[in-house]
Design a binder for this molecule. Structure first.
Ligand code: CP3
Length: 343
């Protein structure tokens, strides 16, 4: 079985001796070879230059026996292609170069020709597909409309993203118009990624937990469902909704093939709460990789034991890799997962 077949089998709820593994933000600041490239090029140049994006995507694949690569990019390429670019703040976090604080600014977001402006991702995916060969899975991704809107309306990273909630509550027509534009952009963008050869796409609803319980279906899931329906099962969709395990049945009803859970959830409990079996992805606490190889082996083993009775598990972190992650811990994790045998 190739790593790609292992990944696709797990997506399709097959029981395997050991789960496939890939990591979120596996291309990142904990790798010296990534930092060396960052000394020469800024983040946006890396993202927008297909040869460099391919190189960064493949860096972790050369070091670790991962089953799938995720294309090096960012969810914020969509706001940028719509006319709202971004930067990294000196103090950390994201700053948008403008804030959507007037209806005219929402109107001015330009959806037409978005795939041409995102052609660098198309090229990076095609090049990566070629270099990766047929043995390993390649993942594309986008942010959910809700999570993208949170950054765009707030003007950057924030603790509570109160502005998007205010807009959704108080200006529902403006909110709808923004979400409609973002959904269409996400659909066009994911179709571009599918035509470039990705095996699956992941939708990141990282800021799902900002929504009041009863608003989540309307404010976020509705738009995710619209995207998944438009993709018409061309490739499986993995849905990561941070802090939303208690909405598992609704998450599943979007048509996602895999639910990706953060580290605060119990995979077996979420699995049991579902009406029909669905593959789950996750959910090691990213902090584990900042401890020691021994601690990492113990925690990864506990998670593997926990998932014995779940059909279809993709091993992953509960969120992105931290810059402080230690390479020896990632190695211990890879050993533990690749040597595992559920039998
Ligand atoms: O996993 C991968 O390697 C694929 C590439 C990837 C990146 N960002 C590269 C990146 C993916 C899948 C993302 C998704 C992303 N980007 C999300 C959703 C997932 C999540 O984390 O919840 C969000 C919210 C973003 C927006 C974003 N980009 C943030 C909040 C940050 C961190 C800013 C900070 O100061 O901490 C980024 C930067 C970013 N995106 C890095 C990488 C490798 C680090 C860049 C660097 O400093 O070199």
């Amino acid at each position: 079985m190739t790593p790609r077949e292992r990944f696709l089998s797990a997506v399709n709820c097959k029981n395997l001796n050991r789960p496939p593994i890939w990591l979120m933000r596996q291309a990142g600041r904990y790798l010296p070879e990534y930092r060396a490239l960052k000394d020469r090029y800024n983040f946006l140049t890396l993202v927008q230059t297909p040869e460099l994006a391919t190189e960064v995507t493949l860096q972790p694949m050369q070091r670790f026996p991962l089953d799938a690569a995720i294309i090096f990019s960012d969810i914020l390429v969509i706001p940028e292609a719509l006319g709202q670019s971004y930067h990294f703040r000196e103090s950390g976090g994201i700053g948008m170069n403008d804030t959507l604080d007037a209806p005219q600014k929402i109107q001015a977001l330009n959806n037409s020709g978005i795939t041409e402006r995102l052609n660098y991702v198309n090229e990076a995916l095609r090049l990566t597909r070629k270099e990766l060969g047929p043995t390993h899975a390649l993942l594309g991704f986008c942010g959910s409309p809700w999570t993208l809107a949170a950054y765009m309306v707030e003007g950057g990273s924030s603790k509570d993203f109160s502005k998007i909630r205010h807009l959704a509550l108080h200006e529902p027509a403006q909110f709808e118009s923004l979400m409609q534009k973002l959904s269409i952009a996400c659909i066009d963008y994911l179709k571009l990624q599918i035509s470039a050869g990705v095996d699956a796409v992941q939708i990141f609803d990282s800021w799902a937990a900002l929504c009041p319980y009863e608003k989540y279906p309307l404010w976020s899931l509705k738009w995710i469902q619209q995207i998944i329906t438009a993709l018409d099962s061309e490739v499986p969709v993995i849905l990561y909704a941070k802090g939303m395990g208690h909405h598992a049945i609704q998450l599943a009803s979007t048509g996602a093939k895999v639910l990706s859970l953060d580290w605060t959830e119990s995979l077996p409990q979420v699995y049991q709460s579902l009406r029909k079996p669905l593959s789950l992805q996750g959910n090691l606490d990213p902090l584990v990789l900042t401890t020691t190889p021994e601690d990492t082996r113990r925690e990864a083993t506990n998670l593997l034991k926990d998932t014995t009775n779940c059909s279809g598990h993709i091993f992953n972190l509960g969120h992105g890799m931290l810059p402080q992650a230690k390479i020896e811990c990632v190695e211990a994790l890879m050993d533990t997962v690749t040597m595992w045998n559920h039998d």
